[in-house]
Design a protein around this ligand. Structure first.
Ligand code: ATP
Length: 205
C-alpha cells in the first residue's frame, strides 16, 4: 500500500514528517508520497513557489527511504484537485492500494472537496488524529466506510476510512512563517536543511 500525503508544505515541517513516518510504520506502507499542490482550491495561494516547495520537501526527506516527493500537482496546470491526483496515481499503480492521509483539520472540510466521494473509488482515507481524538458524527457515506481494524484495509483495494493517532506535534506552517517574518527562530520545528534554504532564498520575510 502506498501513502499519499498532499498539502501546501509552505514550508514542510516535523508535524508533516513525523505523521508520515508513524502512519507508514503502523500501516506497513511501502512508501509515502508527499505531494505539494500547485493552486489549492480552498485557500490563498502558497507564499513559496511550487519549485521551492518541492526543493524543500526533497531536502526534508533526504535519507528517509520510505518518504518521497512527487511533483505531479506542481507540474499539472490549473487547480490541484486531489481526485485528479489519485486518478493518475491509480493509473500508475493499478495493482497497489492507495491510502490518502489527511490531518483532522483537513478532514473536517472533506465534503467541500471537488468530487470528494470519488476519492474513495481510488484510495482508502486515513485521518491523522491526536491520541484520544473523538470521532464526531460522520455522515452515512463515511460511517459506512469506517473500519476500526487496520487489517480491514488490506482486504480492499480502496474505499475505507480509518483514524490513525500519531504523536501530536502542534506545529503549523503558518506559525513558522509568522515567526520568520517577525525575525524569530523557527529552529527544531523543521529540518535545519530546510531552514537554511529558507534563509538563503530570503523566504517568508
Ligand atoms: P498552514 O499553516 O499553511 O495551513 P499546515 O502546517 O497546516 O499549513 P499543510 O501543508 O496545509 O500544513 O498541511 C498538509 C497536511 O498535513 C494536511 O492534511 C494537514 O492537516 C496536515 N498537517 C499539518 N500540520 C500537521 C501536524 N502538526 N500534525 C499532523 N498533521 C499535520
Amino acid at each position: 500500500m502506498i501513502g499519499i500525503f498532499g498539502g501546501t508544505f509552505d514550508p514542510v515541517h516535523y508535524g508533516h514528517l513525523r505523521s508520515a513516518i508513524e502512519v507508514a510504520d503502523v500501516l506497513n506502507l511501502r512508501q509515502v508520497k508527499l505531494i505539494p499542490c500547485s493552486n489549492p482550491a480552498h485557500r490563498t495561494p502558497p507564499v513559496a513557489g511550487g519549485n521551492m516547495r518541492l526543493e524543500m520537501l526533497t531536502m526534508a526527506v533526504q535519507g528517509q527511504a520510505n518518504l518521497n516527493v512527487d511533483d505531479r500537482e506542481i507540474s499539472r496546470p490549473g487547480i490541484s484537485y486531489m481526485v485528479d491526483t489519485l486518478k493518475s496515481l491509480k493509473q500508475e499503480y493499478p495493482h497497489e492500494a492507495l491510502l490518502l492521509m489527511l490531518g483532522s483539520d483537513s478532514f473536517k472540510y472533506l465534503e467541500s472537496w471537488h468530487c470528494w466521494q470519488q476519492l474513495f473509488d481510488f484510495a482508502h482515507v486515513a485521518v491523522i488524529t491526536r491520541p484520544g481524538f473523538e470521532i464526531g458524527r460522520l455522515n452515512t457515506f463515511l460511517a459506512e466506510r469506517l473500519v476500526h481494524n487496520n487489517t480491514e484495509l488490506t482486504k480492499h483495494p480502496a474505499g475505507k476510512l480509518c483514524f490513525q493517532p500519531v504523536t501530536q506535534l502542534s506545529i503549523s506552517a503558518t506559525a513558522i512563517r509568522q515567526m520568520l517574518s517577525a525575525g524569530k527562530s523557527a529552529r527544531f520545528l523543521l529540518p535545519d536543511t530546510v531552514l537554511d534554504y529558507i534563509k538563503q532564498k530570503a523566504l517568508y520575510l
